[in-house]
Design a protein around this ligand. Structure first.
Ligand SMILES: Cc1ncc(COP(=O)(O)O)c(C=O)c1O
Length: 414
């Protein structure tokens, strides 16, 4: 029986934070997204594939900051490049520095849909800019979306403070439902500017879905038939599934795509990439500018990350280790006989409990993730995990064993 963790400092800091910050912290980092009372609330430090909480408990970090940590925390080579930029050049100036072009050359060489790119900071910046570019290019209004695309007005789930007119031109379809997409396009014929979709299905708290044969190709065909721009939201899949993103892996090149997270191993940068004629609306028809979009620290971090991913064949290693991990976990899941589903192989492993009317799955989920965190494997109950380069085969083997023990513990209790 694994023991409840000592979390006194986390609880104390949370109490303090609630007096200072609404909810103590933002969005998905709040305790109700984990198992309240069982998970740490504050981390203190991180190194490689591990994190240490405010009470000194160390965990195998399989959430990887929700995706940016593709290599590992505090990567010496990447951080050294960033520190060099701080010490020798500086990074916040009134006009741009050459690194902008260097990074643009690198990513346009790697990403099939990237003829031109714009760098911004967050994934939400990039998805919002994609909408503006597509609307400007097509002269149409509507956006059809599939997946989570950020916190901005047109796609945030919780509607408080958002004027309906800011999202009523945004429509939603389900991943792998080509018919649903076609129906929406027909119902709004002539008025759809953008179809934005994740190339792998990963809606919150749902199993991770790979594209059915023909789904991505079909979406592109439909976009072209209806004069809409197709954008892949590769914020999670980019620089993870392959160096050219999921678009390269699955062999379907959209008209536009957005990247963030893994492109800089934790430094804050995102980008919109797309066909030259589409992106060029930003020359004089549409506008984008922000004080910090040109800030070069994250560009340096991104270039160092991508160079390392490329030079050391890191994504192949992650994929190989991810497959081995998933094979083990699948075996344990099957042997448990519990109503559990395991998806996301090899990059985004996720253990979900099969939904049924009694709500028993919620109890099983809470019990399982309680057991797992007590065994110091940091995964999130409502979000898939990630495999990073600094997770060694031994680490991942251990995580799989802890998953097996946690399943066994709740099986005994059912
Ligand atoms: C697929 C996808 N798109 C967009 C976003 C928004 O990115 P950000 O949180 O950096 O604004 C996210 C964030 O998790 C995401 O997963």
């Amino acid at each position: 029986m694994a023991e409840h963790l000592k979390l006194d400092n986390s609880e104390r800091l949370y109490k303090e934070a609630q007096e200072l910050i609404p909810g103590g912290m933002m969005g998905i980092r709040r305790p109700y997204n984990f198992v309240p009372g069982e998970y740490p609330i504050f981390f203190d430090s991180a190194k490689g594939g591990k994190v240490t909480d405010a009470d000194g408990n160390e965990y195998l970090d399989m959430l990887c900051a929700y995706g940016p940590i593709i290599i590992g925390h505090r990567e010496r080579e990447i951080d050294a490049a960033v520190i060099k930029q701080i010490k020798e050049k500086g990074f916040c100036m009134s006009i741009v520095q050459e690194i902008q072009n260097t990074l643009a050359k690198k990513v346009t060489a790697l990403v099939p849909s990237a003829e031109k790119v714009v760098f911004c900071k967050t994934g939400s910046d990039a998805t919002t800019l994609a909408g503006r570019i597509a609307r400007s290019f097509t002269g149409k209004a509507k956006i059809i979306r599939c997946g989570y695309h950020g916190w901005h007005d047109w796609c945030v789930e919780q509607k408080g403070g958002v004027l309906p007119k800011l999202y009523e031109d945004t429509l939603e379809f389900h991943y792998n439902d080509l018919q649903g997409l076609e129906d929406l396009l027909k119902a709004h014929a002539g008025d759809v500017a953008l179809i934005i979709m994740t190339p792998i299905g990963h809606p919150n708290a749902h199993e991770v879905e790979m594209p059915r044969p023909g789904f991505l190709e079909g979406a592109k065909k439909l976009a072209e038939q209806h004069g809409a721009v197709l954008c892949f939201d590769e914020i999670r899949t980019g620089f993870r599934v392959s160096l050219g993103g999921a678009q390269k892996f699955f062999g379907v090149t959209p008209h536009m795509s957005v990247f963030g997270k893994a492109m800089a191993n934790g430094y804050e940068i995102s980008m919109v990439a797309g066909r030259r004629d589409i992106m060029d609306v930003l020359v004089s028809k549409a506008f984008v500018s922000s004080t910090y979009f040109n800030n070069t620290l994250a560009m340096v971090g991104s270039l160092a990350t991508i160079n390392m991913l490329e030079r050391d064949g890191i994504l192949d290693v992650i994929s190989k280790r991810g497959h081995a991990f998933c094979k083990k976990v699948r075996k344990y899941v099957k042997a448990s006989g519990l109503p559990v589903t395991f998806t996301g192989e090899p990059w985004m492993p996720y253990i979900t409990f099969d939904k049924e009317d009694t709500g028993r799955y919620k109890k099983l989920r809470t019990a399982f993730y309680t057991q797992l965190i007590r065994r110091r494997v940091f995964l999130q109950p409502y979000h898939h995990g990630y495999v990073c380069y600094r997770h060694s085969s031994k680490d991942l083997g251990h995580a799989a064993d802890m998953i097996a023990e946690s399943l066994e513990e709740i099986r005994k209790g059912t």
